[in-house]
Design a binder for this molecule. Structure first.
Ligand code: GDP
Ligand code: MG
Length: 181
């Protein structure tokens, strides 16, 4: 008979966005439970996994932490999008260029997922660095929400560094745990 271990289903999530927005820290936080003490630049793709309890069924959450280098990406990009269950588009809330940069990542996703309907999430990371006294030089939540709406995405702001991971729109869950993937 098949053991429960081998039946464990994998939930593949692709983590996309400009260099430096915190993809590696965020995936590390989600899988290891803490902000990494030091990170090295990602080359190609790194995989991080953790069990994920969905209504009593244990899935294997597999995060694909990607990097943008052209020469690696071109040959790999089709593998990234193959059998993917969700895509997280990450930007840095304190670095508007990383928000504008998402347009090309969304286009890459579109080109590589023709005929698939993949749930996509807009994630504004480094919320701990937001300056509450000004919106200057930052991506506002209103701006991000309208972008998410226009592209049919859910929107979250996160911090890989400081808890809690907050959900900004969509339905409220039972508490923090609901958002810690
Ligand atoms: P990646 O290129 O998208 O993988 O970005 P990294 O995960 O390597 O992070 C880039 C830099 O941003 C590093 O110096 C991290 O320490 C920092 N960083 C990442 N996430 C956060 C966050 O949520 N808050 C703060 N304050 N710094 C972060
Ligand atoms: Mg990285």
């Amino acid at each position: 008979s098949v053991s429960s271990q081998s039946r464990c289903r994998t939930f593949k999530v692709l983590v996309i966005g400009d260099s430096g927005v915190g993809k590696t820290c965020l995936t590390h936080r989600l899988c290891a439970g803490q902000f990494p003490s030091r990170v090295e630049a990602t080359i190609g793709v790194d995989f991080r996994e953790r069990p994920l309890d969905v209504d009593g069924e244990i899935l294997k959450l597999q995060l694909w932490d990607t990097a943008g280098q052209e020469r690696f990406r071109k040959s790999m990009v089709q593998h990234y999008y193959r059998n993917v269950h969700a895509v997280l588009f990450i930007y840095d809330v304190t670095y508007p260029a990383s928000f504008s940069g998402l347009v090309s990542w969304i286009e890459e996703c579109r080109q590589n997922s023709v005929g698939q309907k993949i749930p996509r999430f807009l994630v504004g990371n480094k919320s701990d660095l937001r300056d509450p006294r000004t919106t200057e030089g930052q991506v506002s939540q209103a701006q991000a929400m309208s972008f998410a709406k226009a592209h049919g995405m859910m929107f979250f702001e996160t911090s890989a560094k400081n808890p809690p991971i907050k959900r900004v729109n969509g339905q409220r869950g039972d508490g923090e745990d609901s958002y810690q993937l």
